[in-house]
Design a protein around this ligand. Structure first.
Ligand code: SF4
Length: 291
């Protein structure tokens, strides 16, 4: 299998076939992200994709789930994604889901008809980097799309029948704004009805703009207590049926839950952590690493 530069996938795709269709990320400008800083964006040839599928067929025989890498693979036009999906189905007719990371802008660049055609080709469960429903936070993150775009484009996915798992960041709004962020995130989640919400925590890594802003005092990071209170608030406010996916190793309290069914238990887990952790830690901003 060919992989160029670093390859990332959600923890939940550990058992999926990772098939490279792009390298790097087209945007590569998010304030907090250093994942693809040293990788030039490129598109994999269909010939190489087919070579990888042939190899995977020999090794795995059957594959139910494929994750197309890398950072924003849904950037590929529908005319590029369709033959890739057709090849996947040719080699693995039993495949149930072909998924990948997607930016809100990647959805925006496709027509409703294209989204439906991609859905028919089993493209589903897109991992969308929504990051925040709090407008100033989203603007600071420099994602290249507006909050209005998030509301509109996630709704378009729903209409096309494409499930999505939306990624959000605890502590994304910085010191003193965790509850505001939780309220705004819950509002977006309740409106856009994702199949799941994938939670990570803000960390100032390497030479990211965020790390520089923390260094100069332009961005004041949330304390651990604020992050946990934000986590609790978000769980309390989500009122749709969705999977809370929180096992990312960067989070302090890691668990999965089905909401609203497991709400009470989930809230209790966060409250227990707040009680258990010592005050010094709760008042600190622990160093977090990109993983
Ligand atoms: S967060 Fe996603 S879209 Fe932003 S630079 Fe990183 S990989 Fe690209």
């Amino acid at each position: 299998m060919k992989y160029t530069g670093p390859t990332y996938r959600p923890p939940y795709e550990a058992n999926s076939l990772l098939l490279q269709v792009t390298a790097g990320c087209t945007h590569n400008k998010c304030t907090f992200c250093t994942m693809y800083k040293d990788t030039r964006f490129s598109i994999e040839s269909l010939e190489q994709v087919e070579t990888d599928l042939r190899e995977a067929k020999e090794v795995y025989g059957k594959v139910k789930r494929v994750f197309l890498v890398n950072g924003d693979a849904f950037v590929l036009s529908a005319s590029r994604l369709k033959p890739i999906a057709e090849k996947v189905i040719e080699y693995f007719p039993e495949v149930e889901v072909i998924t990948m990371y997607a930016s809100i802008n990647n959805i925006k660049s496709k027509t409703d008809q294209e989204l439906e055609e991609l859905s028919d080709l089993r493209i589903n469960d897109l991992w969308v980097g929504t990051e925040s429903g709090h407008e100033p936070t989203l603007d600071y993150m420099n994602k290249g799309f507006s909050l209005k775009d998030s509301y509109e484009q996630l709704e378009r996915l729903n209409r096309a029948g494409i499930r999505h798992i939306d990624i959000f960041i605890f502590g994304g709004a910085g010191k003193g704004k965790g509850i505001e962020n939780a309220i705004a995130n819950a509002k977006l989640i309740n409106a856009s009805k994702p199949a799941g919400v994938s939670m990570t925590t803000m960390g100032a890594f390497g030479d990211s703009r965020l790390a520089q802003d923390v260094e100069t005092g332009k961005f004041l990071p949330a304390t651990e207590l604020e992050v946990l209170e934000e986590q609790k608030k978000l769980i309390e406010l989500i009122d749709i049926d969705t999977a809370y996916l929180g096992i990312h190793g960067i989070n302090t309290v890691t668990f999965d839950a089905m909401l609203p069914r497991d709400r009470e238990h989930a809230v209790q887990r966060v409250e227990n952590a707040i009680k258990r952790l010592d005050k010094e830690f709760l008042d600190s901003v622990p160093e977090r690493y990109s993983i």
